[in-house]
Every structure is written in structure tokens, then in C-alpha cells.
Design a protein around this ligand. Structure first.
Ligand code: KDG
Ligand code: MG
Length: 408
């Protein structure tokens, strides 16, 4: 079965998505997600100019060989642009293999290890009443696990606090915003460290001890600040504290780990297993936050989870709305098949996105399931996609009170 076409589709229904569509001489097609929030067009060029021409004529059934060829033959390894492009090819080839075998991809990965994937949603609010309302809304939608992000007194706007949508659509580009220049937010770590435990105290008081609660620190703390935060959140029994320090410094987690039993999750901006090597081997984290889309696809995601299983480290794959329904489906198939699944992030795409990407996965009573259609179970309506051209949009960044650019 030979690859005869590799087309890149860019569309912006509720936000920008980059999708690779591979077609074989037998008429089967496969989809892969190559969306890199705020840097989408760099991956489009990488795919169109450097990858698609190499795919024509290759055997579509040779997934591992194609992955190794793209990773090793380019000389330049790793990095989000390269790995998003390789991810799209890998996912598309798994999609085709599933369709050829007439099986959902999770069956090809060993079959289901569970009935469904516990998912968490994003509750947020600048005040406690707004936060409580948001938590209740998520519970009404079925969520049994909830990420809690909050405003901090004295700070105007903060990442992760859902903006009021002007279009009525949820998560319209958020947290990226349309515009030619990133929006500027402010930040003060000392205020945040003082305020956050009071919020979790109030949430536990209101919602009781059972509800699994998560929090994303978004790389903003030094190791000693992260250690202090983990310790101060211990009474509130978090499911995890995510990205407590800038993720590229793996050694920082040793210090955090020595001081707190709050479970740690990291890795949404990691691109390869090597970014996790020390963290997993030294058992410095509890959850792998990689996304199929930025980690080279289904094949390496499966490998890193098999490595993590030896150290009782579980999955918590990155699932914001800038992972397309194709990328989300890809990691759902992995999550269903592996033994060491932990939790799946699920923010829910908007109605326009769902019309462009027809999906077969379900979200019932807090649990996701990828469905039983052959392949990944997602199809792209190319005509519908064509109605929404690319729009410039960037993630915000932040500065401290003295004007210094801070981690985010
Ligand atoms: O592209 C960046 C977003 O995906 C990121 O800000 C979302 O941190 C995030 C999360 O945990 O979902
Ligand atoms: Mg995050």
C-alpha cells in the first residue's frame, strides 16, 4: 500500500489547526494533527516543503520505519516543529493501519485495559463565587475531576482564567488571542503563593474531600518556591500539581520532590522521551503530560508510557483545545490500551471545530472513549475546513511589576 498524496490542511474554526491528510493508492486516507499553538505556519512549511515530498511512494504500512527515517535522516532532531510534523505522519499512518485492519487503533495497541478514560476539565474564576460556579458547571457536564485556576489579588489578568467569550463559543482561541502581537499579562509569585492555599481550602470546604482537584503552575516558580507550594497544598490532597517549575531543567524536580508529597505532573512542552529520562528514572514525577501531537505521535507516546510503567509513573496526556480532535483521539487510543493510564485532560472543542472534525469519541459520565470506528475515528470535512482561513493568534506572556519578562 503506497502513499500517493500528503496534503496539509490549515483551518481556523474556533482556533487554528494544522492537519495532515495522507492518501494511499488503495484509496484509504489517514489524518494526523500537527497543530503548534502560535507557531502553526512553521509546521505547515516543515510538512509541505520537507516531509510530504519524502512520503510519496513510501509503504504506508511501515509506521516505525517511517518514524525513524523522518527523525534520523533530517540530522536536526527534537524540537516542537520537527516533532509535531513527525507526529502528524505517525498518527495518519496508524489511522490508515486501523482502517486497513478494520479495527480501532486501540485494538492494534493491545486492546482496551479499561472501559473509559477519566477526564478532567478546567474550572476557573477570578473570585471564589465565580470559581465555585465554574466547578459546578463542570460537575453538571459530568466531570468527576477538576482543574482549579484562580485570580490572584492585585493582578489584572492571568493565564488559565477563562476569558468571557464574545462569540458565545467556549474556548475561542483561548488561551491564545487573535492579534498580531501577544497580549501582556502581569505576575507576582509571592502573592500567588500566599493566595492559592486559601483558594484550595475554600474549595475543599465547599465541595468536600472526594472530588479530585488539579492545579497548573505553568512553569512559574523556582524550585524552592515550587517546594513551598507543594507543601502548603498537602492538606488539600491534590490529584496533581502541574508544571511547578520551568520544565527544561529536570534536576529542579529533585529539590521539589524532597520537600513535598503533592503528586507532580510535567511535560506538556516536552518533545521526546529524553526530556523525561531523568524525571522517570529517578521517580521525580507521578504523571507524564506529553501530548501525542508534540511528542512525535502515537508510537513514541506508547514507548514513553511503557518506560514509565516500570517506575509506577502514569499518564496525564495534554488535552487543551489547541490539540485538535485528531490529536485528542490519538492519545485516547493510547490511554485506553496502556495499563498505566492516569487521567486525560479534556477541555472540549467548540461547535465549529466539531463540524470540521467529525468525531466518534464519547464523553459519558466523566469518562472518554475513542469509539470503535476503524482507525482513529475522526474524519475531516475539507469543504467545511475551507470556510475558516488561518488567523494570526498568539499566547499571552507576562511581566513582573518592574517590567521583567517572566516564565509562563
Ligand atoms: O498552547 C498552550 C496551551 O495548550 C496551554 O497553555 C494549556 O497549560 C495548558 C494545559 O495544561 O492545558
Ligand atoms: Mg498546562
Amino acid at each position: 500500500m503506497k502513499i500517493v498524496a500528503a496534503d496539509v490542511v490549515v483551518t481556523s474554526p474556533n482556533r487554528n489547526f494544522v492537519t495532515l491528510k495522507i492518501t494511499t493508492d488503495e484509496g484509504l486516507t489517514g489524518l494526523g494533527d500537527a497543530t503548534l499553538n502560535g507557531r502553526e505556519l512553521a509546521v505547515v512549511s516543515y510538512l509541505r516543503d520537507h516531509v510530504a515530498p519524502l512520503l510519496i511512494g513510501r509503504d504506508a504500512s511501515r509506521i516505525e520505519d517511517t518514524w525513524q527515517f523522518l527523525y534520523r535522516s533530517g540530522y536536526w532532531r527534537r524540537g516542537p516543529v520537527t516533532m509535531a510534523a513527525i507526529a502528524a505522519v505517525d498518527m495518519a499512518l496508524w489511522d490508515i493501519k486501523g482502517k486497513a485492519a478494520e479495527m480501532p487503533v486501540y485494538q492494534l495497541l493491545g486492546g482496551a485495559s479499561r472501559d473509559g478514560l477519566m477526564a478532567y476539565g478546567h474550572a476557573s474564576g477570578t473570585s471564589l463565587p465565580a470559581l465555585f460556579d465554574s466547578i459546578r458547571e463542570h460537575q453538571e457536564q459530568g466531570y468527576r475531576s477538576i482543574r482549579v485556576q484562580t485570580g490572584v489579588p492585585g493582578l489584572k489578568s492571568i493565564y488559565g482564567i477563562a476569558a468571557q467569550s464574545t462569540t458565545g463559543e467556549r474556548y475561542d482561541h483561548e488561551p491564545a488571542q487573535r492579534g498580531a502581537y501577544p497580549a501582556e499579562e502581569d505576575w507576582d509569585t509571592r502573592s500567588y503563593l500566599r493566595h492559592l492555599p486559601t483558594v484550595f481550602e475554600a474549595v475543599r470546604h465547599e465541595f468536600g474531600p472526594d472530588l479530585p482537584l488539579l492545579h497548573d503552575g505553568h512553569h512559574r516558580m523556582t524550585p524552592i518556591q515550587a517546594a513551598r507550594l507543594g507543601k502548603s497544598l498537602e492538606p488539600y490532597d491534590l490529584f496533581w500539581l502541574e508544571d511547578c517549575t520551568p520544565a527544561e531543567n529536570q534536576e529542579a524536580l529533585r529539590l521539589v520532590r524532597q520537600h513535598t508529597t503533592t503528586p507532580l505532573a510535567i511535560g506538556e512542552i516536552f518533545n521526546t522521551v529524553w526530556d523525561f529520562q531523568a524525571l522517570i528514572k529517578e521517580q521525580l514525577i507521578d504523571y507524564v503530560r506529553a501530548a501525542s501531537t508534540h511528542f512525535g505521535g502515537i508510537s513514541p507516546l506508547r514507548k514513553v508510557m511503557d518506560y514509565a510503567a516500570q517506575y509506577q509513573v502514569k499518564s496525564g496526556f495534554h488535552g487543551p483545545t489547541d490539540i485538535s480532535p485528531v490529536g485528542l483521539a490519538a492519545q485516547m487510543h493510547v490511554g485506553l490500551a496502556i495499563h498505566n493510564f492516569g487521567i486525560q485532560e479534556y477541555m472540549q472543542h467548540g461547535a465549529k471545530t466539531n463540524a470540521v472534525f467529525q468525531q466518534s469519541f464519547t464523553f459519558t459520565d466523566g469518562y472518554l472513549h475513542p469509539g470503535d470506528k476503524p482507525g482513529l475515528g475522526v474524519e475531516l470535512d475539507v469543504d467545511e475546513a475551507g470556510r475558516y482561513p488561518y488567523e494570526v493568534a498568539y499566547l499571552p506572556y507576562n511581566r513582573l511589576a518592574d517590567g521583567t519578562v517572566h516564565d509562563w
